[in-house]
Unconditional design. Structure first.
Length: 381
């Protein structure tokens, strides 16, 4: 009896489990058909396999757009009347006002237009080829004062090149023929250069235009011929051998028509004409009283009166058309003026006066046709 009861219980339990399973399957099928999650049903375990890669024709490519650049506006603090300075539309800088902009451009032009000129070049005109405009500030220019703007333009010539035109003069001189000849009246070792005639020459003027430092055009504007004929240069080499200076003047020289000079001062010859210590002495040194009067040896015109280097005061008297010139050296002061006409024996100067000294020295030179000669050969005894 007890065994049969246990079998009945087990059979009831089995039926109950089968009913529960059946109901679960039916409920799962109903939920799947409606697209909802299955409740109380464990899906079978599936081992995944490699998924095939879709082809390029069917795959959808997801593109991530690049980030949009952010423009940052720089806020500049400009004065109310500030202007942009532009050359052919290109921004050069920003000026505080239109007046400062014009002043900077004018100063830049004035300070740089005349630089680096070539030999014989002179500035004719200068300016800017580019169109300069003053506009409302764009906010991109650097605010510069006048000096800062000038220095900025100088630092980079390409920012605003200067167009300038210069004029150049070229001198084409004619040929000069040199003739050398011997002069027996000139001391050996001496040489005199003379020019005969005036050489003609041609002046040519060229106008050259530069942009910056580069020349891009040159035009010959004028040509002038100056003078006619040909110039010759005569070189005279002296061949006279001077004797040693001595107190004896030797025989008198041939007289010169219209020229009979007197002594320029009363005194004694200390040094004569000739060689002294190996050097030529082209005159005579006369020792006279201190403060004595120096006179003109003959009638003539004062053609020089003034200091001349180490010689001190020099007085030159040209004796009309005789070709003779008297040179008086060593006066303390002159009593004549330049181009004054003097008579023979008329005072021209005063010898020096020194305390404790009662003698002074005057030097007298005589030139005939530009050559020094021994004055004692012409002076009256």
């Amino acid at each position: 009896m007890k065994i049969e009861r246990e079998k009945a219980i087990r059979f009831g339990m089995l039926v109950t489990v089968l009913v529960i399973v059946f109901l679960s399957v039916v409920l799962g099928l109903l939920l799947r058909s409606e697209g909802k999650l299955q409740a109380g049903f464990r899906s079978p375990r599936i081992t995944p396999t490699a998924t095939a890669r879709p082809s390029a024709t069917t795959a959808q490519v997801k593109v991530t757009p690049a980030p949009t650049p952010i423009q940052v506006q720089v806020q500049r603090d400009y004065p109310p009347n500030a202007v942009d300075v532009r050359a052919d539309g290109k921004l050069l800088y920003t000026a505080v006002n239109a007046r400062a902009a014009r002043k900077a451009l004018e100063q830049y032009l004035a300070e740089t237009a005349g630089l680096n000129l070539g030999e014989n070049e002179r500035l004719l005109r200068a300016g800017f080829d580019q169109t300069l405009t003053l506009e409302e500030p764009s906010g991109d220019g650097e605010l510069l004062q006048v000096e800062e703007a000038v220095n900025t333009l100088k630092a980079d010539e390409g920012l605003l090149p200067i167009s300038r035109t210069v004029v150049r003069c070229v001198i084409d001189r004619g040929e000069i023929q040199t003739v050398t000849q011997e002069n027996p009246l000139l001391a050996a070792g001496s040489r005199i250069y003379r020019s005969i005639g005036v050489s003609s020459f041609i002046l040519s003027y060229y106008e050259t235009t530069y942009r910056g430092q580069a020349a891009f055009s040159e035009v010959k504007t004028n040509e002038f011929a100056v003078g006619q004929g040909k110039a010759d240069q005569v070189v005279e080499d002296g061949s006279l051998i001077l004797a040693a200076a001595s107190a004896e003047a030797g025989p008198a020289a041939a007289p010169i028509e219209g020229f009979t000079p007197q002594w320029p001062v009363a005194g004694t010859v200390e040094t004569s004409f000739g060689m002294v210590d190996g050097l030529p002495h082209y005159g005579i040194d006369i020792v006279a009283d201190s403060g004595a009067r120096a006179v003109s040896p003959a009638e003539g015109v004062i053609v020089y009166c003034g200091p001349r280097g180490q010689l001190g005061l020099v007085i030159d008297v040209l004796h009309d058309e005789t070709g003779c010139l008297s040179r008086i050296i060593g006066c303390e002061r002159a009593v004549v003026e330049l181009y004054q006409r003097v008579r023979k024996g008329e005072q021209v100067g005063v010898l020096p006066q020194s305390p404790g000294r009662n003698r002074a020295t005057l030097r007298y030179e005589l030139l005939v046709n530009g050559l020094p000669v021994n004055p004692e050969k012409y002076l009256s005894k």
